[in-house]
Design a protein. Structure first.
Lengths: 112, 110
């Protein structure tokens, strides 16, 4: 257990509404990541952070923004949710001693 | 970007059987991880193995970095081994951004 929590765990929202997902870690890890998982695609990187206020895009960043105002929290925002953003979202941290990543429990988001 | 291929895509085993899962990747890596996603969706770390061999109980893994592949061995399989096994890799100097394969779905039957 790498001390990662995600909230909410489940959410149903309507097309066009804004949505924010939260990832919280308790162990002061510098690197944090957001991935999405869809059938047939495995997990794909959306955005990542390498420190407070330091973020960068991943493979599938269109339609998403992120923020990291303090070490322990990494927020993922869908400014205007679309049905194609229905997915399971996972947050991850990189362990301080190396490159290994650990994942949170996931958030299942349904956009109707 | 780096490509990751896993085989086989699906596998059905009887309890007690052994299996080998393969992960091929297209470029040099400084991170290779194997994960088990259980039926509840949780991603469980199995191995961090950018090179060499490791063992943990009934599971072992080998990565031959020079030939760009990794193998996950499951011996004496149990029903609790069912789920999806993912291989994920990262290139050096890329902030450890993981690229995942599409997984091997394993079903262990009684």
């Amino acid at each position: 257990d790498a001390g990662i929590t995600q909230s909410p765990r489940h959410k149903v929202t309507e097309t066009g509404t804004p949505v924010t997902l939260r990832c919280h870690q308790t162990e002061n890890h510098r690197y944090m990541y957001w991935y999405r998982q869809d059938p047939g695609h495995g997990l794909r990187l959306i955005h990542y952070s390498y420190g407070v206020k330091d973020t960068d895009k991943g493979e599938v960043s269109d339609g998403y923004s992120v923020s990291r105002s303090k070490t322990e929290d990494f927020l993922l925002t869908l400014e205007s949710a679309t049905s194609s953003q229905t997915s399971v979202y996972f947050c991850a941290i990189r362990s301080g001693g190396g490159y290994e990543q650990y994942f949170g429990p996931g958030t299942r988001l349904t956009v109707t | 970007g780096i490509q990751v291929e896993q085989s086989p895509p699906d596998l059905i085993l009887q309890e007690g059987a052994n299996s080998t899962l393969r992960c091929n990747f297209s470029d040099s890596v400084n991170n290779l991880q194997w994960f088990h996603q259980n039926p509840w969706g949780q991603l469980i770390n199995l191995f961090y193995i950018p090179s060499g061999t490791k063992q943990n109980g009934r599971l072992s893994a080998t990565t031959v970095a020079t030939e760009r592949y990794s193998l996950l061995y499951i011996s004496s399989s149990q029903t609790t081994d069912s789920g999806v096994y993912f291989c994920a890799v990262a290139n050096p100097g890329t902030a450890s951004k993981l690229t995942f394969g599409t997984g091997t779905r394993l079903q262990v039957t009684l």
